[in-house]
Design a protein around this ligand. Structure first.
Ligand code: FMN
Length: 335
């Protein structure tokens, strides 16, 4: 934290000294990956966005998304929806799981979500964001935060308006992904917008967008003055980014290190990640889900393409184990 704003939710002091969070990432930030990122030093991990409506209807698979591994002592839950009453009820349900904060998704650009008036559709109606935050605040004692994009499109940049509506309704923090809904994930994130918001709001602002290395995360904090950084794509296949950032907070003189990692460390981490996924999802589902993580872990490694070609057919731990052993052996054969 930059010292002028109150901490928005309960985390240990040392975590605020290295406020680097695993962002909510649908399809990735599940229980197993959050456990891995926690182990590697993320100050806090967010769940994937969870449907408020499905939670309220008691959908069993949706409730499973709220489970956490014992290593994840603290976590944050992100909800999406459009109806204040439904989000209030969902916030009550989530409260039983005691996250440090409940985050409202106002950024998802997926057409199906927008059609239902949720995600980035909310950017077009700042007053509705306020209504939802107020309803959630009234329904739970837990802090509520909001994750925004800069606007719907280039002609309707309104992050000051949407964040003000959220803050007036009681949001404890704002995350700003520096892109519009129309941009999706293309172009580059507007860090100047994050800087402008961080300078003007009374609550902490977390930056999101284009942080792919420890160097980027440090640069974002320095250039924008944001109070924390959410890392999404840059953490996939790279939970090591959190260790590097945590180390840097303890030894700033070391400077950000983004040097290549040993294939052995990558293989060990991937193996541990897969084992956790199997524990929670069962072997077959976990192995199918893990293919995208395996591809991310091996991206850019010598011989990685050949391993990935085999991984897309893996359905058992043993099949992955053969590939991970191959990866470890490749390290022995490198000069
Ligand atoms: C595959 C994928 C899934 C995402 N899912 C969510 C989500 O569930 N909730 C959310 O607020 N943002 C979601 N995001 C957006 C990220 O949290 C983040 O704001 C964005 O990717 C920019 O950060 P990055 O450059 O670090 O990836 C998702 C992004 C990606 C690429």
């Amino acid at each position: 934290m930059n010292g002028t704003k109150a901490t928005p939710f309960a985390l240990e002091e040392e975590k605020w000294r290295a406020p680097y969070f695993l962002a909510p990432v649908a399809g990735y930030s599940d229980i197993a990956f959050r456990a891995i990122c926690t182990e590697f030093g993320a100050a806090l991990c967010y769940t994937e966005m969870i449907s408020a409506e499905a939670l309220v209807r008691g959908h069993p698979r949706t409730k499973e998304l709220l489970a956490r591994d014992p290593i994840e002592v603290r976590y944050a839950v992100q909800l999406f929806g459009s109806d204040p009453k439904t989000l209030a009820k969902a916030a009550q349900i989530v409260s039983a799981y005691n996250p440090v904060v409940i985050d409202l998704n106002c950024g998802c650009p997926v057409p199906k979500i927008i059609k239902a008036g949720a995600g980035s559709a909310l950017l077009r109606t700042p007053a509705r964001i306020g209504e939802i935050v107020r309803a959630m605040r009234d329904a739970t004692a837990l802090p509520i935060s909001v994750k925004l994009r800069t606007g719907w499109d280039q002609n309707s940049i309104n992050y000051f308006e949407t964040s003000s509506a959220a803050i007036e309704a009681g949001a404890c923090a704002i995350t700003l992904h520096g892109r519009t809904r129309a941009q999706g994930y293309s172009g580059s994130a507007d860090w100047a917008a994050i800087k402008a918001l961080a300078a003007q709001t009374s609550v902490p602002v977390f930056g999101s967008g284009d942080v792919f290395s420890a160097k980027d995360a440090i640069a974002m904090r320095r250039m924008t003055g944001c109070d924390g950084v959410m890392i999404a794509r840059g953490a996939i296949g790279n939970p090591f980014i959190f260790t590097r950032l945590k180390t840097l907070a303890i030894q700033p003189e070391a400077g950000p290190s983004d040097s290549p990692l040993s294939p052995c460390l990558i293989a060990q981490t991937a193996r541990h990640h897969l084992a956790l996924a199997i524990q929670y999802l069962g072997e077959k589902n976990a192995c199918i889900e893990f293919r995208k993580h395996f591809c991310a872990y091996t991206k850019g490694l010598p011989g990685g393409a050949a391993l990935r070609a085999k991984a897309v057919r893996c359905t058992s731990f043993n099949e992955y184990e053969a590939l991970l052993t191959e990866l470890e052996n490749s390290a022995d054969s490198q000069p």
